[in-house]
Design a binder for this molecule. Structure first.
Ligand code: F6R
Length: 310
């Protein structure tokens, strides 16, 4: 495993959060976060964490909803700054009157946004977009902190949770070992579903492995029926603290002789649990890549597709 980027995550998170200086941001009544893949996942995590306090809408597309207006703050996240969906959707949001702030390492987003007078937060580079997750996430959190306020203690706890995950490297390797050669079928407490989305993306990109995400309770009404037949999947059950529905699901798994890999997310709050899970499971996928003999960094089909799309 080459966990080098992961070892830097807590330091990167600390250095980004709070160090970002922005011009005035009008107080929004909703937040739209647009971004794809390793950048877009920031939206999923922030919706899990803050969606109960302020409406957060995540866009992974070229367009934005018709309700977007001057009361919406748009955070456009593209690690490379060259992703057409993110640039198009953020410019659409701007046309609708929304304040837009870009988060990127450079590219067209940095140059074009600045030319248009749009604020840009420029973050440091990483080995690949997904490994730059802390800089993208904590930059977006800083923006939201400026706009509507964020609980600083919860942010600190989320950085401590990354350190905790780095100490649990043997657990990460165990999880990775269990999933080799199977399609992981990830059942997750929907309060932290960003962890499963990120895990699926890391399985795809790092370990070149397909995966299925099944958020509970919705999965209780469809995915769970697949327990009635044998499939070449390996079930994963991700828990985030006490939840009677998760316990019921676990008991049904046992009744159908399914033997899931179980993971209880550590951490004091929702954001901490997300960061623990994302760090630990990311390392699990690097371990899988090593065992499978694949290069975790290369994503040739994505690169080819981006070239074709121009
Ligand atoms: C992750 C990855 C992709 C990109 C996605 C969007 O490492 O390579 O998922 O994140 O193609 O590109 P960016 O992040 O540059 O906007």
């Amino acid at each position: 495993m080459n966990p080098l980027d992961y070892r830097q995550w807590p330091t990167t998170s600390k250095s980004i959060y709070g160090s970002i200086k922005l011009g005035p941001i009008p107080r929004p009544s909703s937040i739209l976060i647009t971004g794809m893949g390793g950048s877009g996942i920031v939206g999923d995590v922030l919706r899990d964490y803050l969606g109960g306090r302020i409406p957060i809408h995540v866009v992974k597309d070229l367009t934005v909803p018709d309700w977007v207006d001057a009361s919406t703050l748009t955070i456009a996240i593209s690690y490379s700054g060259n992703t057409s969906e993110t640039i198009c959707s953020s410019l659409r949001a701007r046309e609708r009157g929304s304040a837009v702030i870009g988060v990127t390492t450079g590219g067209i987003m940095a140059s074009e946004f600045r030319r248009l007078g749009i604020q840009v937060v420029q973050v440091p580079t990483a080995t690949a977009p997904r490994f730059g997750f802390p800089q993208l996430l904590y930059a977006a959190l800083s923006i939201i902190d400026d706009a509507v306020g964020v609980n600083g203690k919860e942010v600190e706890e989320s950085i401590a949770a990354q350190e905790e995950a780095l100490r649990d490297v043997s657990l990460a390797e165990y999880v990775g070992e269990q999933l080799l050669g199977a399609v992981p079928y990830i059942f997750i407490d929907s309060r932290v579903q960003g962890v499963a989305v990120r895990f699926k993306n890391d399985l795809n990109e790092n370990a070149k492995t397909p995966a299925i995400v099944a958020p509970i309770p919705e999965a209780d009404h469809n995915d769970i029926v697949t327990l009635m037949m044998r499939h070449s999947v390996k079930h994963v059950l991700i828990k985030a603290g006490p939840n009677p529905v998760m316990e019921a699901v676990e008991s049904v798994f046992a009744d159908f002789s399914a033997d899931p890999v179980k993971l209880e997310l550590k951490g004091d709050g929702l954001l901490a649990k997300e960061l623990y899970g994302i760090t630990l499971l990311g390392m699990a996928t690097l371990h899988m890549a090593e065992k499978l003999g694949v290069d975790p960094v290369r994503t040739d089909p994505i690169d080819l597709l981006k070239k074709r799309l121009g």
